[in-house]
Design a protein around this ligand. Structure first.
Ligand SMILES: Nc1ncnc2c1ncn2[C@@H]1O[C@H](COP(=O)(O)OP(=O)(O)OP(=O)(O)O)[C@@H](O)[C@H]1O
Length: 253
């Protein structure tokens, strides 16, 4: 089934194109592994990057990569069928992450962050094996600004995410082309195109972290008074004034 190419599609495509240009996310000859979880964000990322690729002046390749952490009930066959149906080059990887999490996770520590760390390791290895120099993830504008707030409120650091980051192993570059796309548009786009969303089936699947949930609520409420709030916050991350901060590492006092 072809994508519905309406104004929402054009809006998201334009925002992704702008992010690619602003942060030099895609270059000639790139081979990009796209992490596809079966969630709304990564399906949107995959389809938009593919639409852009077809008409792009630079040549790049996409490989959809799914990591099955091994939770019973994770319906990877639904994801694979979708990838096949749309003709995406893909790789489905089964792992024993679930078992490792059960054995190694410290009681009380976050399930999701441990799982994400293991998954990232698998994604890096797969990217290497598949000859991909970049890894694209489906984090969107709301993820960026919620992380900014979470770090300020609960961690005591001024940090969000980067749309383009050299991976810890120094070999790959992680890119986040949905940085300018709002979550509500991704939800609408996913519904409109009937992407077959599946959940990861982990023990905390679908339970949004309470702190993140509060940040979402705060942003939603403030946005009702100021519809530009999200844009202002994402703009702030790209408009830093070190002289008006107080980190001694940024300059002498
Ligand atoms: N099982 C997986 N296999 C491959 N990539 C994954 C997997 N899980 C997550 N990712 C990648 O990491 C990104 C961030 O993961 P996270 O768990 O925060 O999911 P999310 O924000 O709910 O996104 P999505 O809607 O795509 O699941 C995803 O958008 C996707 O690109």
């Amino acid at each position: 089934m072809a994508l519905i190419e309406d104004s929402l599609y054009r809006k998201i495509k334009k925002q992704v194109g702008k992010a690619i240009g602003d942060f030099n996310l895609i270059e000639e000859g790139d081979r990009i592994a796209i992490g596809v979880s079966g969630g709304k964000d990564s399906y949107t990322l995959l389809h938009i990057l593919e639409s852009l690729r077809r008409r792009a002046p630079v040549k790049y390749e996409l490989v959809a990569v799914n990591v099955d952490a091994g939770y019973p009930g994770y319906r990877t066959s639904v994801i694979e069928e979708h990838l096949r149906e749309h003709g995406f080059t893909h790789r489905m990887e089964t792992t024993n992450c679930y078992q490792i999490i059960e054995e190694k996770r410290r009681p009380g520590s976050s399930y999701c962050s441990f799982c994400a760390r293991l998954r990232r390791g698998v994604l890096y290895s797969l990217a290497e094996e598949l000859g991909c120099n970049k890894i694209a993830l489906g984090h969107h504008l709301d993820d960026f600004i919620e992380t900014l707030l979470l770090n300020q409120f609960y961690v005591g650091t001024l940090a969000a995410m980067s749309p383009r980051l050299k991976a810890d192993n120094g070999k790959h570059t992680v890119i986040r082309p949905l940085v300018y796309v709002e979550e509500q548009d991704i939800i609408a786009f996913t519904r409109q195109n009937r992407f077959p969303v599946v959940c990861c089936a982990c023990p905390v699947c679908g339970v949004v972290d309470q702190k993140r949930k509060r940040m979402k609520k705060l942003v939603r409420e403030l946005s009702q008074e100021n519809p530009q709030l999200r844009r202002s916050m994402i703009g702030a991350i790209a408009n830093v004034h070190p002289r008006h901060l107080m980190d001694p590492r940024l300059g002498e006092f």
